[in-house]
Ligand binder design. Structure first.
Ligand SMILES: *Cc1c(COP(=O)(O)O)cnc(C)c1O
Length: 461
């Protein structure tokens, strides 16, 4: 490694398990590489071969991560003496790519859907006998007639599918269903998650749930407090609240045997240490065991729907810097714009929607002895299509498109595997990034680069 590559490796905290960057490094030439065991993928070569913007999906990263997570859950429940079962359900809305869903199911994950269309994809996989028929499916989200009918259809066929009741109309249909159902609790605990709203529209309050007459087959009490929950207590306090409701509800509904704690485990996007997953998991098992034993009730089964945590680190997005422009305004902490050939607003939409921050580095790294504080501008013509980093600047190697630098400069954004693809937009009729999947030494194109006509079809051209 050159001296410069060592600087970059440190600056961007590559090669560190705690930050999910164990797969990344720079080679002797200063190019970013992805390491899958003995298979090495050179990100600069991929960018040159396929063009940019380019998404690179690494299913092996999902598989390893989920396997580790499930092993951890098994080991901890043994250690703690937790007697319930532990079910991991992958929430499809986090990333519906077939490669992602196949990877998690291959590691024996169960699934959770948020819509009719997601459930339709599962139905197709079941019909083709691609999925294990014992897979368990939870259905959340508001239920349209189509969604309810599809759930009903699959229940008749013997699929283990559990609709989670979210509102009064669903309750009417499902309270006396002869199949198993769950109900969603609105947990009024304030956390510092961006998604935790003071007034939530999902589910029922504890008071409402406890007033309901007995269900025919109530199995699951579910809640979801929010995503990217960064404080440990914000995960534990809602569990305690929900457990209290669970025990009361079980008195009237003895079939109830599962507590679903939803999603929320965070990703260290900014490469600062949070709490380790083994610590939080152990606390969850201990808490549930203790509270159940206090009341002399069997330990409930646990459902966990941590989505972002499993898939975000398995994708990166590569852009090319197509121009640089000086920022002459005195008050600006950054001195230069780097204009990229993709769009934050379209393809990393959370940058715009929730001011998401990202870990970034250069891909080809010969010049990083000379770091620069810059801002990034996307290729749409929107003044909001920019990214200014966490503390008002992004630190990247210096680059001058207009004098001297002949080799193009590529940038990579890490941890783009959660939510960004399905939120993506078509502002300015820009094409989506091409997507390649790297696994077992092979590189497969999962989404071709869209032509103008492909994009135009969305608009009737
Ligand atoms: C979005 C969502 C999840 C996943 O949340 P993450 O923060 O990605 O873990 C899980 N369950 C439900 C009901 C959701 O709506």
């Amino acid at each position: 490694m050159t001296k410069h590559s060592i600087t970059s490796r440190k600056l961007w905290k590559l090669g560190i398990n705690d930050f999910n960057t164990q797969y990344f490094d720079f080679n002797k030439e200063g190019d970013l590489i992805i390491k899958e065991g003995h298979n090495i993928y050179n990100v600069r070569y991929l960018a040159e071969k396929f063009g940019t913007p380019l998404e690179i999906l690494m299913p092996f990263a999902i598989e390893e991560r989920l396997e580790d997570f499930l092993d951890l859950a098994t080991a901890l429940s043994k250690k703690v003496g937790f007697k319930g079962k532990f079910f991991y359900h992958y929430p499809m809305k986090v990333n519906q790519s077939k490669e992602v869903v196949m990877s998690v199911v291959g590691e024996s994950a169960h699934l959770e859907t948020s819509s009719y269309n997601e459930l339709w994809m599962i139905k197709k996989m079941l019909e083709q006998e691609t999925f294990n028929p014992n897979i368990r499916i939870l259905c959340s989200g508001p239920k349209t007639d189509k969604y309810i009918n599809l759930i009903d259809d699959l229940q008749h066929k013997g699929v283990k599918i559990f609709p989670l009741i979210e509102g009064p109309n669903e309750l009417k249909f499902l309270q006396y269903s002869k199949y198993d159902v769950g109900i969603r609790l609105d947990v009024p605990v304030k956390t510092n998650s961006r998604w935790n709203k003071p007034i939530d529209r999902f589910g029922f309050s504890a008071k409402e749930i406890l007033k309901m007459s007995s269900f025919k087959n109530l199995k699951i009490l579910h809640y979801h407090i929010g995503s990217q929950i960064e404080r440990l207590s914000d995960i534990l306090v809602p569990i305690k609240y929900a457990l209290d409701v669970y025990f009361k509800l079980k008195e009237k509904n003895p079939s109830l045997d599962t507590l679903d704690i939803g999603g929320g485990m965070p990703i260290p996007y900014m490469r600062t240490k949070g709490y380790p997953v083994n610590k939080i998991m152990e606390k969850i098992f201990r808490l549930i065991k203790k509270e159940s034993e206090k009341r002399g009730v069997p330990h409930p089964n646990i459902v966990c729907e941590w989505g972002r945590y499993i898939v975000a680190p398995a994708q990166i997005t590569v852009f090319k810097v197509i121009d640089t422009k000086a920022i002459t305004h005195k008050a600006s902490p950054a001195k230069k714009w780097y204009v990229i050939d993709g769009s934050f607003m379209n393809d990393l939409l959370d940058t715009w929607a929730i001011e998401q921050k990202w870990a970034m580095s250069s891909v080809n790294n010969k010049r990083d002895g000379n770091l620069n504080e810059v801002w990034l501008a996307g290729s749409s013509c929107d003044s909001d299509d920019i990214y200014k980093g966490k503390n008002g600047v992004v630190t990247l190697p210096d680059y001058n498109s207009n004098n001297g630098d002949t080799e193009p400069m590529y940038l990579v954004v890490y941890d783009t595997g959660a939510y960004q693809d399905s939120l993506a937009a078509k502002h300015c009729m820009l094409s989506s990034p091409m997507k390649v999947v790297v696994e077992n030494g092979h590189i497969v194109v999962a989404r071709k680069r869209e032509s103008p006509d492909d994009v135009g079809k969305n608009f009737g051209w």
